[in-house]
Design a protein around this ligand. Structure first.
Ligand SMILES: NC(=O)c1ccc[n+]([C@@H]2O[C@H](COP(=O)([O-])OP(=O)(O)OC[C@H]3O[C@@H](n4cnc5c(N)ncnc54)[C@H](OP(=O)(O)O)[C@@H]3O)[C@@H](O)[C@H]2O)c1
Ligand SMILES: [Zn+2]
Ligand SMILES: [Zn+2]
Length: 359
């Protein structure tokens, strides 16, 4: 244990990269985290993925963010200290942290390990969240060198796993795995994925593994060759919707910008489902006309929010067992601004992962 990390009162010294307003650049930021409670673990962060939700939040696109903002909820690292009651981890283990760091633990949703839907409204998100369990302090995410989290919200990662590829599973992985399971995708299902970025590519890989025939709706043809090499049956662009003849059991939309939902609904079979996971900025969020919705009856649209902790562990074990990993490009912390720019200008590939060993 590195004693230089601890202040006299037990709080933990951390350094990360933060934005100080919605249009600032990322700058180095030193702060402290709450002390290690009996059930907490301290993780030295090795890698942090960049999710598009980080961008939406850092730029206040979903409403006003609390600054300084240290994003990052795709976290993989090594346990360097444990509280006295911790049983799931020991020092030296690998651990992952996703979008949540705590919840009430007592309501029906929490008891079913659907902590993201805590009925007491006590889901604490990994960053930009008021931590009611720790004096209402603002939470800071994974663009940093360490994090303290309840062991119940940390995911076990085997010691031989590739940590840089594990990180994006903690959000992109679970967010796409969960609706595929919820919609019971199986051998022979016909699935389409709209938006072929960090989330989209994970959805494609899982759906293929589950036995589905998979099509993509992308913004352009840039990634067509890669998609076909992954086993995708049909690669469409979003403007092709009118000419598509096939009908789908499930469409998952990961689109982070404005789009029209109805043409996608037209492509569902009777009883087909559309899972919305993409979360466009508040001021350009798509809405749906209920008259159109009723006339397209017999089809279901639902929103899907990450996944519970139990399912996140299940997803991680499934990914490792089946060798399903994200497509990543590793960057330095000083390159986060450039990565954000690329992700919003259509110049990115799939997932940027920040090497936090470089901080
Ligand atoms: N519900 C949840 O729990 C949850 C969890 C994580 C993330 N999210 C949200 O999911 C969204 C996607 O996140 P991400 O990290 O996957 O983002 P990303 O890596 O930027 O990928 C988004 C993809 O969508 C494509 N796209 C943009 N507009 C499109 C359109 N009109 N038609 C088809 N494709 C389009 C982009 O194309 P280009 O390559 O051309 O840019 C990009 O490939 C974000 O809004 C994020 O906040 C939600
Ligand atoms: Zn995310
Ligand atoms: Zn709860």
């Amino acid at each position: 244990m590195n004693s230089k990390i601890f202040l006299e009162n037990g709080r933990i010294k951390s350094k990360g990269y933060a934005m100080f307003s919605k249009d600032s650049k990322f700058t180095p930021f030193e702060f402290t985290r709450h002390k290690i409670g009996k059930n907490d673990i301290l993780i030295a962060i090795k890698y942090a993925g960049i999710c598009h939700s980080d961008i939406h939040t850092a730029r206040s696109e979903w409403g006003k963010t609390t600054y300084p903002c240290v994003p990052g909820h795709e976290i993989a690292g090594e346990v360097i200290a444990v509280g006295e009651n911790v049983s799931k981890f020991k020092i030296g283990d690998y651990a992952g942290v996703g979008c949540m760091v705590n919840s009430c633990g007592e309501c029906e949703a929490c008891k079913k390990s659907q902590e993201q839907f805590c009925e007491n409204g006590k889901t604490i998100y990994t960053y930009n969240s008021k931590d009611i369990f720790h004096n209402n302090e603002n939470t800071y995410g994974g663009y940093s060198n360490n994090i303290v989290v309840s062991e119940n919200f940390a995911i076990n990662v085997p010691k031989d796993a590739p940590l840089e590829k594990i990180a994006p599973l903690l959000c992109a992985g679970i967010t796409t795995y969960s609706p595929l399971k919820f919609s019971n995708v199986k051998e022979g299902s016909n699935v389409a994925i709209a938006g072929f970025g960090g989330l989209g590519v994970m959805a494609v890989k899982y759906a293929i593994k589950m036995g589905a025939k998979v099509s993509i709706f992308a913004r352009n043809e840039k990634k067509k060759t890669k998609a076909l090499a992954m086993g995708v049956s049909n690669f469409y662009t979003s403007t092709d919707k009118d000419i598509v003849k096939e009908r789908f059991d499930l469409i998952i939309s990961t689109i982070p910008t404005h789009y029209d939902l109805l043409p996608y609904m037209d492509l569902l079979k009777y009883g087909g489902e559309m899972a919305i996971v993409g979360l466009p900025p508040h001021d350009i969020s798509p809405s749906i006309n209920i008259i159109n919705l009723v006339y397209k009856a017999g089809k279901k649209i639902y929103g899907s929010l990450i996944g519970g902790i139990k399912e996140t562990q299940e997803m991680l074990d499934f990914s490792i067992k089946n060798n399903i990993y994200p497509e990543i490009e590793i960057i330095k912390p000083s390159e986060i601004d450039k990565a954000y720019e690329n992700l919003t200008n259509g110049k990115a590939n799939f997932r940027y992962v920040i090497n936090m060993n470089d901080i």
